[in-house]
Write a protein that binds this ligand. Structure first.
Ligand code: PHB
Length: 391
């Protein structure tokens, strides 16, 4: 098999890249180890930055997003007895949109189907070859058990943190930075109308809690829990009780409505950046190159921003023989990656309780400043609503 761009991974980054390349006349083939139904049903992020929405809409992916995405002006930031609304639209002129990654993945799948995109799901033994030459390739065993070789001009790794792409960069040609956090999130989806109009980020002595949502009938909520938490120890009652306490049920007349829990998982929290995002004819995008903790909902938006930079770079390289943008890709993308890495770390460490009482005092001082000062609010809003793609 031969194509111009071999894309490893059919998550949002891989499918969006194939979509953007196709629009500009560059062909690609996508390979993915998981099944299509797995990729389309996994529960991930739910917040799209302003520039993510603009990009998706401008490339013909906005139909469902416009109909079903829920525009939000801001968030609530709270701690016991206090709840503050930060209005991003007033502060920085742009808000965010609540739209689940599952919905975006379905939109991308439909668009790629309509374009006749070649995607191989459920492949095994994916390996990348000859990345330092102009004739790289990807080998894999297809769903029918046949060994395949996909020859390409360029390979793009959109295969997440544990895929083979980043590992294919020689160790002496990459450097990584990592921070693991001493806590995890217990996340649930529940069939109940959200108890809030905007997301609530809550600092509480028992631990952080977040009230998010997916639709008018589906809520998404999270609790800070210790690493290694066993879900079996968290009955539905215990989860809703902890959420009610931490989110301030009963304060100022606000109540949290519980409902049937349809999905639950414990999610580790990690910051990770690998540089550079390019080695020879291999380019990395999304989680293959960087991971952010979920506080602030940057992961999906960063993946979209990577691809928005990479697609025109590959079009210029492959259609016009112009390597300028491709050569700049890693440096340009990493500026935003580090900005979001800092913001996600900052939100995370401001809101999650630790065992250090001095740190808890600093957190309260920080929260009070962010909530009370226009400068503090604006800094949070600018990062949360998202910087322009070309930042
Ligand atoms: C979510 O809805 O899944 C979500 C929202 C905001 C976050 C993280 C996750 O900061």
């Amino acid at each position: 098999m031969r194509t111009q761009v071999a894309i490893v991974g059919a998550g949002p980054a891989g499918l969006l890249l194939s979509h953007l390349l196709h629009r500009d006349g560059v062909e690609s083939v996508v390979v993915e180890t998981r099944s299509r139904s797995y990729v389309e049903s996994r529960i991930r992020a739910g917040i799209l930055e302003h520039s993510t929405v603009e990009l998706l809409t401008s490339v013909g992916l906005g139909e469902q997003l416009t109909a079903e995405g829920d525009p939000h002006r801001g968030i609530y930031l709270q701690w016991p007895e206090e709840r503050h609304h930060l209005d991003f639209v007033d502060l920085v002129g742009r808000g965010v949109t609540v739209y689940g990654q599952t919905a975006l993945q379905a939109d991308l799948g439909r668009a790629r189907d309509a374009a006749g995109q070649e995607i191989h799901y459920e492949v095994a033994d994916t390996a990348l070859h000859d990345l330092g030459t102009e004739h790289p390739s990807v080998t894999f065993v297809d769903g029918a058990g046949n060994a395949q070789r996909l020859e390409a001009d360029v390979v793009v790794g959109c295969d997440g943190s544990f895929g083979p792409s980043r590992a294919a960069v020689p160790e002496d040609r990459r450097r990584a930075w990592e921070r693991t956090y001493p806590y995890s999130w217990l996340g649930i989806l529940a069939d109940v109308a959200p108890s809030t109009d905007e997301l609530i980020y809550a600092w509480h002595p028992d631990g952080f809690a977040l009230h998010s949502m997916r639709s008018a009938k589906v809520s998404r909520l999270y609790l800070q829990v210790p690493n290694g938490t066993d879900l079996a120890e968290w009955s539905d009652q215990r989860i809703w009780d902890a959420l009610a306490t931490r989110l301030g049920h009963g304060q100022g007349g606000w109540t949290l409505s519980p409902g049937p829990i349809t999905e639950r998982a414990v999610l580790p929290m990690r910051s990770f950046v690998s540089e550079p995002m390019r080695y020879g004819r291999l380019f990395l995008a999304g989680d293959a190159a960087h991971i952010v903790p979920p506080t602030g909902a940057k992961g999906l938006n960063l993946a979209v921003a990577d691809v928005a930079l990479l697609a025109p770079a590959l079009v210029a390289l492959l259609r016009r023989g112009d390597p300028t943008l491709a050569d700049a890709y890693s440096t340009t993308a990493l500026r935003r990656v580090w900005r979001c890495t800092h913001f996600s770390w900052w939100m995370t460490t401001m809101l999650h309780t630790s065992s250090d009482p001095f740190e808890a005092q600093l957190q309260r001082a920080q929260l009070e400043w962010v909530a009370a000062s226009t400068a503090g609010q604006t800094g949070l809003a600018e990062n949360y609503a998202g910087l322009p793609i070309g930042f």
